[in-house]
Write a protein that binds this ligand. Structure first.
Ligand code: PXL
Length: 264
């Protein structure tokens, strides 16, 4: 193998329809040449956004202990664990327990809220439990709403760079913060031990589901390839912009990212 072949475990749901979670992470991480193992946190008919008329959810928590035991028995380890949408707070403690396995870096996308509001089905108890998972992460990938919820900061629309930096610092680790309003642009803040960068890019006046998952998956793939969080965040932001720009106007439930996989 001429490059470093990485084995990732990604922990998120299977939304059978909706272009989010595993149906996004699997193709994107595979396109980066990573072996992508999965732990499905649930099986949903479709994602939980209001555009669909309801959804079904099959909880998979009960399977976790046996799966973790088998992995232990077979000495299965990962270069990286990347978590996304988790169905309920009980699952988070089960995942925290299971992740005592040799797991390399832990990258957490808290995937629980957007536009100032929690997703359907989540409450303050869930946020408190998610905070425990975030506290174990090496890199956190929240959007602005999630960062506010995790730190008890009131959500608002206008921020100074100084406030954004303080918000990232209060999360206490390497943070890639998405959806930062910057006038007529939108920004990604990249904050680690050494640096703080606010990368501003084109704002497209269209909000599509699953773009957070597209961003996180591209970030993880590029970060594992290069080890450079700034380069990975920029690449992920540009990729998301491109996908949104090329998504048909009547395609309402997700972003058409597939035609661009070969550019990764
Ligand atoms: O893209 C985030 C996400 C993932 N999975 C499910 C969701 C959402 C956002 O609403 O509902 C099931």
């Amino acid at each position: 193998m001429s490059y470093s072949y990485k084995r990732i475990l990604t922990v998120q749901d299977i939304s059978c329809v909706g272009q989010c979670s595993l149906t996004v992470a699997l193709p994107i991480l595979s396109a980066f040449g990573c072996e992508t193992c999965i732990l499905p946190t649930g099986i949903l008919s479709n994602h939980t956004a209001k555009d669909f008329h309801g959804f079904t959810f099959q909880d998979t928590t009960a399977y976790f202990p046996a799966i973790f035991d088998k992995w232990k028995e077979n000495d299965i380890t990962f270069d990286c664990v990347y978590t996304g949408y988790i169905g309920n707070k009980e699952q988070i403690s089960a995942i925290l327990e299971g992740l005592s396995l040799n797991r390399g870096k832990l990258i957490v996308d808290p995937a629980m809220a957007d536009n100032g509001r929690l997703y359907t089905g989540f409450d303050d108890d869930f946020v408190a439990e998610m905070k425990k998972l975030c506290d174990r992460a090496d890199i956190l990938l929240p959007n602005l709403t999630e960062a506010c919820l995790l730190t008890g900061t009131p959500y608002k629309e206008t921020w100074t760079p100084r406030e954004i930096r303080a918000l990232c610092s209060s999360l206490g680790r390497s943070v890639i913060l998405t959806g930062v309003p910057c006038g007529d642009k939108i920004g990604v803040a990249i904050c680690n031990d050494e640096d703080f960068t606010l990368y501003r890019h084109k704002r497209i006046p269209r909000s599509l589901h699953g773009t957070g998952d597209v961003f996180s998956s591209v970030f993880v793939g590029e970060y594992l390839r290069s080890g450079d969080d700034l380069a990975a965040a920029k690449k992920a932001a540009r990729f998301v912009v491109r996908c949104i720009e090329h998504t048909d106007a009547d395609h309402w439930y997700g972003a058409m990212f597939e035609p661009f996989l070969r550019t990764l």
